[in-house]
Design a protein around this ligand. Structure first.
Ligand SMILES: C[S@@+](CC[C@H](N)C(=O)[O-])C[C@H]1O[C@@H](n2cnc3c(N)ncnc32)[C@H](O)[C@@H]1O
Length: 281
């Protein structure tokens, strides 16, 4: 079945390839270093409801029982999801390209140890790890910030044991495109209310380009993201030797919807995409 899909895609006209690879990794490092402390403050504040209510439950469900598993967290940042997994008794190694992020993660580990090892490194070159070292790997909102997702996925596949799982989440690539935003119902009345949002506007979907986003309002600057159509992620996943076994677009639970109007907009467009894949060869 997957073979048929690939044949169709090979025959289809191809939009221009990613311009992300022309970006120097220094740009990525510099941006994340600059934002690291404010990022950590926000992520650790318990106020990031998207993470805690939407993403974590799906990521954990797709990872399955982590007890005793050796897990590699790619683009671990200041260690948020590495800690979530270590509390579920996984033996976690976190890798990030930003020295400031890794420094913050290590400081937190020194304060309250969960047995996590953090390494400064690039997820596109995991040569410090032997092949078939890990039972599972995660990339929590980091693959779309990586200049070369194909190399990162190939490296993830190499270090996974046979039947090992990779679970990654992304800002939904079909909606968070370079030209996307809410279109207000009335241009003179722009508010946070769901009613005032006419619709979500998607543009430049096939444009593989670097987009500098201010992810959280309290960050001192923007950080580079590399937009790619959905096809690029799925294709790179199976080309790395990983079979996609689940795709989830998380939505708020009925309980969350009853608690706050803020969740309504999450039923209008897909905010996140979560992919589970298994190493088959
Ligand atoms: C949006 S943050 C997510 C951090 C963390 N996973 C979390 O959820 O809090 C993206 C992270 O990816 C890291 N990153 C980007 N490119 C990378 C690469 N090639 N190798 C390792 N880390 C990378 C950045 O330094 C940043 O910490």
């Amino acid at each position: 079945m997957a073979g048929d899909v690939r044949d169709i895609q090979r025959a289809a006209p191809r939009p221009p390839r990613s311009r992300g690879r022309q970006v120097s990794p220094d740009v990525v490092v510099e941006a994340w270093d600059r934002c690291a402390s404010e990022w950590a403050e926000w992520v650790r504040s318990g106020r990031d409801a998207d993470r805690e209510c939407l993403l974590d439950p799906v990521m954990l469900r797709l990872l399955g029982n982590l007890r005793g598993s050796r897990v590699l967290d790619l683009g671990c940042g200041e260690g948020y999801f590495s800690r979530v997994m270590a509390r579920r008794e996984a033996d976690v190694v976190g890798v990030d390209i930003s020295p400031a992020m890794i420094g913050l993660a290590q400081e937190e580990e020194a304060r309250r140890s969960l047995g996590i090892t953090y390494c400064l490194g690039d997820m596109t070159d995991l040569s410090v790890f032997g092949k078939e070292t890990f039972d599972a790997a995660t990339a929590y909102l980091s693959l779309s910030d990586c200049i070369d997702h194909q190399l990162a996925l190939r490296e993830a596949a190499r270090v996974l044991k046979k039947k090992g799982r990779l679970v990654y989440c992304l800002p939904h690539p079909c909606f968070f495109t370079p030209g996307a935003s809410w279109e207000p119902r009335d241009r003179l009345r722009i508010s946070g209310s769901d009613h005032d949002k006419l619709h979500w506007k998607v543009d430049r979907y096939f444009q593989r380009e670097r987009v500098d986003w201010m992810v959280y309002p309290n960050l001192p600057g923007s950080t580079p993201h590399f937009h790619r159509p959905l096809q690029d992620y799925l294709e790179a996943t199976w080309e790395a030797g990983l079979q996609v076994t689940a795709v989830v677009e998380p939505i708020p639970s009925p309980q969350l919807l009853a608690e706050s109007q803020n969740w309504q907009k999450y039923l209008r467009i897909g905010f996140y995409l979560v992919v589970q894949a298994e190493k088959t060869r």
